[in-house]
Design a protein around this ligand. Structure first.
Ligand SMILES: Nc1ncnc2c1ncn2[C@@H]1O[C@H](COP(=O)(O)OP(=O)(O)OP(=O)(O)O)[C@@H](O)[C@H]1O
Ligand SMILES: [Mg+2]
Length: 554
């Protein structure tokens, strides 16, 4: 069998690695570097540039140069260059093909197999889209591996004798992943994952950009502004202040040039990003409580991703946990190294007994099912696989058609944690026909959810009495992930005013450290979500929960 390479396909940067003499080795690109910017430029004649040489075109040809495409994975969005249309998967495949090509040159052999990493919190649609990108790059995707789990593999291989509780905090260019796992003499047991697919360094860049200037619709000015903002952010990780200088950035209406000259201090920057950084505390606490652990139980914290170099991000992680965060792994390269280790386990270049890995499904998966209510019938979310179940997992449940003599049903699969299906994400649906007509409640239907080791779901349904069954890979292409809610805007939601006193009181308690197990934070977040989604009833009932919690704390 041929060799398998590991690829960290990142929002900002990508890396590839493979096993050489039993250890992970980073693969240099055509410029001899191990880190490749995730940028693709498509030339007029269809020629493709990837990495640093493509990044140069961000300023001169932003119309046919693509960056941060990972955030569009699985969105169904269309990208355009020279009048041609491209899916995000096609652009991602160009990056993958480039990295595989670099590996071919470096190793002197053909590469057709890869392990590709994704954020643990990636949805089913995003995982499928990533696998599709691999396929378009002529790669057999042998495994889709969760990024924090990859970091744990890298740490685990270097520390085979250790028995410890580990928290991986991965804040990259576009995503946040938090994973809690137990390491026991080479056995890596992932307990829980939590995160945010729309939070990362690019959001910090955007905050700085907004503070510097308004680029209007001028794409070139926007790119210059973005570059300056990122330079500023990175400089502030070590320095106390940074001078941004952008001469002749824009032309005003009267034809006069507009330049930007501004000094940004670290203290100022920390205030700007405070709310976003604070918002990463909740996923840490939720992952811990899902794992049945408390901050005091954690022995090791692995900081992964370029954005963990920001001092106030580190401070937040340290404050929230008992163990001091340490640079125990390389924040930029550890995910690719872990992907290579997984590749090594699959190809046999690392002995199976050395490292054993279990991972979890980060979302609750289930179907929409009709429930008879006192006043009306309601469609509710009925969980089948609970979040943080060890994978692969197969679970089944019995249902009945809702009306008399119904001969077909549509089974709609959702992921999420709310009983209200509207709040969860629809993954797709399958139709089961040929149900023998019977009185309601008489003809059971079995629904089976199979969630595989790549995090991809298959749904099967069968009529128990006849054995007639259908099985479908849920087709999720084209299902748009729900846009992430900006919780900081909750106060402008309809009817938010009457919630302010309770939320303020709870936030004060949280700030004073009364919310040890994070319950208050969760309820506050859910109220804000409900308000933003204009779910008044839900918000009201959550407020009662919150008031009860506050009462208990007195
Ligand atoms: N010294 C630094 N200080 C602050 N931010 C930094 C520093 N170095 C890199 N970054 C930021 O880290 C981000 C890139 O990190 P990384 O390469 O880990 O992300 P990625 O793997 O591409 O993204 P993701 O994992 O979210 O898909 C960028 O936003 C970059 O600006
Ligand atoms: Mg990353």
């Amino acid at each position: 069998m041929s060799r398998i390479i590991g690829i960290d396909l990142g929002t900002s940067t990508s890396e590839a690695a493979c096993i050489v003499n039993g250890a992970p080795k980073l693969i240099p690109n055509t410029l001899g570097k191990c880190i490749t910017p995730s940028v693709v430029h498509i030339a007029e004649d269809g020629g493709i540039l990837v990495g640093e040489s493509a990044a140069e075109y961000l300023f001169t040809r932003p119309d046919c140069t693509f960056m941060e495409v990972k955030r569009l994975t699985g969105s169904g969005e269309i990208l355009r260059a020279h009048g041609k249309e491209y899916s995000p998967e096609e652009i991602q495949s160009m990056l993958l093909r480039y990295l595989a090509g670099c590996a071919e040159t470096w190793l002197g052999e053909k590469i057709s197999r890869a392990v590709i990493t994704v954020p643990a919190y990636f949805t089913d649609a995003q995982r499928r889209a990533t696998a599709k990108a691999g396929e378009l790059a002529a790669l057999n995707v042998e495994r889709i591996l969760n990024e924090p789990t990859a970091a744990a593999l890298d740490y685990g291989l270097a520390n085979l004798k250790e028995c410890r509780n580990v928290l991986v905090y991965d804040l990259g260019g576009g995503t946040l992943d938090v994973t809690v796992l137990e390491l026991f003499e080479g056995v890596i047991d992932v307990k829980a994952s939590r995160g945010n697919n729309h939070l990362g360094g690019k959001d910090f860049d955007e905050i700085i950009m907004a503070a510097l200037a308004d680029s209007g619709g001028d794409e070139r000015a926007r790119m210059r502004l973005k570059k300056a903002a990122e330079d500023c952010k990175i400089a502030l990780s070590t320095g106390e202040a940074y001078q941004v200088s952008l001469p002749f950035l824009l032309t005003a209406k009267d034809g006069k040039p507009i330049s930007v000259e501004k000094t940004v201090s670290r203290a100022e920057f920390e205030v700007w990003i405070r709310e976003k950084v604070e918002s990463t505390r909740e996923p840490m606490l939720t992952a811990l409580s899902d794992a049945g652990l408390s901050p005091a139980d954690m022995d090791v914290i692995l900081l992964v991703g370029g954005s963990t170099r920001i001092p106030c991000v580190r401070r937040l992680v340290e404050e929230s946990m008992s163990a001091a965060s340490q640079s125990l792994v390389d924040p930029d390269l550890t995910v690719a190294r872990g992907a290579a280790i997984q590749a090594g386990l699959l190809e046999g270049s690392i002995a199976d007994g050395d490292l054993v890995l279990t991972d979890v499904c980060p979302y609750t998966l289930g179907i929409a099912s009709m429930h008879e209510g006192l006043y009306d019938d309601r469609l509710l979310f009925d969980p089948i696989i609970l979040r943080n179940t060890t994978i692969p997992a197969e679970k089944s449940k019995l249902y009945h058609p809702f009306t008399d003599f119904q001969t077909s049903v549509t089974i709609e699969a959702y992921q999420g944690d709310s009983s209200d299906i509207e709040d969860n994400e629809k993954l797709g649906e399958v139709h089961l026909t040929g149900i023998p007509p019977a009185r309601r409640g008489k003809e059971p239907i079995e629904v089976v959810f199979a969630y595989d080791i790549n995090g991809i779901l298959q749904v099967k349904a069968s009529v128990v009495s006849t054995g007639k069954n259908i099985s479908a890979d849920i087709n999720t292409t084209g299902v748009k992930p729900r846009p992430a809610l900006d919780l900081t805007k909750w106060e402008s939601a309809n009817g938010a005013r009457q919630y302010r006193p309770a939320i303020r009181k709870a936030e004060k308690k949280i700030a004073e450290g009364y919310d040890e197990n994070g319950d208050l934070q969760i309820v506050v977040r859910r109220i804000k979500e409900a308000l933003l989604l204009e779910k008044g009833q839900q918000a009201a009932s959550l407020r009662n929960d919150l008031l009860e919690l506050l009462e208990l704390m007195k």
